[in-house]
Design a protein around this ligand. Structure first.
Ligand code: CUA
Length: 309
């Protein structure tokens, strides 16, 4: 998550501006601090008798130290403001993705109909216009290597364009304090070559495989009632089944994702089992409650979830 190592044209442009303004700041820093140290030494007690010459209200100095910062700020504005406007504009040929912040995970919806969670998949060398929304509180979307950050505010739609040059996995983080598991609200962007991205979309559009070995877990997932009559399908959706919940992450292709629970955990049997055992113990404040599942139920559910390729 290093914004000083940009991996796309948008973040590269921001990095270029950062380099220039940082250089200006360094020069100003050394001039100001150098003058301060020089004055401290030259006018130290004992070096000179009596009060030094007073320059309060000196017109030439006042003009000088007003003009210099004004010129510097105008210079910085001259190079940065056009970039702000350019990047705020909707880019041509962009892929649009709806990004929805939840406490504490990210949901992604594509025009193609794909709905996924925690892992944003994008094609390389194509701008991706994110439409940022929130269902609860203010979050902030940030994939440092691909773009700057943008607030995600309930009741309004904010926009952010990101773009990756090379295929790869880029990590991010919710950058606005949003409650107990703010630190656990991670983001992952996976960039593919355009052809591979199209393949990913096709795979996501299909129903998940119906693995007979996971039949027991599937039955529990679709029809099981657990502590306080809670059901998996009240919150989660799996395309092609009666599960159509929208409160929690869509799990249709959970088995094709690297991580789960706000990108906190790798999708291993052990991690999924620990999660089902007691979600709030894994992610403090988790909206998914402890369902008092038995070990047998957990094993069956993990098998089913892992089969959702
Ligand atoms: Cu969402 Cu911090």
């Amino acid at each position: 998550m290093n914004f000083l190592k940009p991996e796309g044209p948008i973040s590269r442009e921001a990095d270029r501006l950062w380099d220039i303004t940082f250089l200006i700041s360094v020069v100003v820093f050394f001039l100001v601090e150098g003058a301060l140290v020089w004055i401290l030494v030259k006018f130290r007690e004992g070096a000179q008798r009596g009060e030094p010459k007073q320059v309060h209200g000196h017109t030439r100095f006042e003009i000088l130290w007003t003009i210099i910062p004004v010129l510097l700020l105008v210079g910085v504005a001259y190079i940065t403001v056009p970039v702000i406007f350019t990047q705020a504009r909707e880019p041509e040929g962009a892929l649009k993705v709806e990004v929805i912040g939840h406490q504490w995970w990210w949901e992604y919806k594509y025009d193609s109909g794909v709905v996924t969670a925690n892992e944003l998949h994008i094609p390389t060398d194509r701008p991706v216009l994110l439409e940022l929304k929130s269902v609860d509180v203010i979050h902030s979307y940030w994939i440092p290597k691909l773009a700057g950050k943008q607030d995600v505010v309930p009741g309004r739609v904010n926009h952010l364009t990101i773009e990756a040059t090379e295929p790869g996995t880029y990590l991010g983080q919710c950058a606005e304090y949003c409650g107990l598991s703010h630190a656990n609200m991670r983001a992952t962007a996976v960039a593919h070559e355009p052809a591979d991205f199209d393949t990913w979309v096709q795979e996501q559009l299909a129903d998940s495989a119906n693995d007979p070995l996971a039949a027991e877990g599937r039955e529990l997932f679709l029809n099981g009632k657990f502590a306080d009559d809670q059901q998996c399908i009240a919150c989660h959706a799996v395309k092609g089944t009666p599960a159509q919940g929208i409160v929690g992450p869509n799990l249709t292709h959970l088995g094709s994702r690297e991580r789960f629970a706000g990108s906190m955990f790798e999708r291993t049997d052990e991690n999924l089992a620990a999660w089902l055992e007691d979600p709030p113990a894994q992610k403090p404040g988790s909206k998914m409650p402890d369902l008092d599942l038995t070990d047998e139920q957990i094993t069956a559910l993990v098998a089913y979830l892992q089969s959702l390729k």
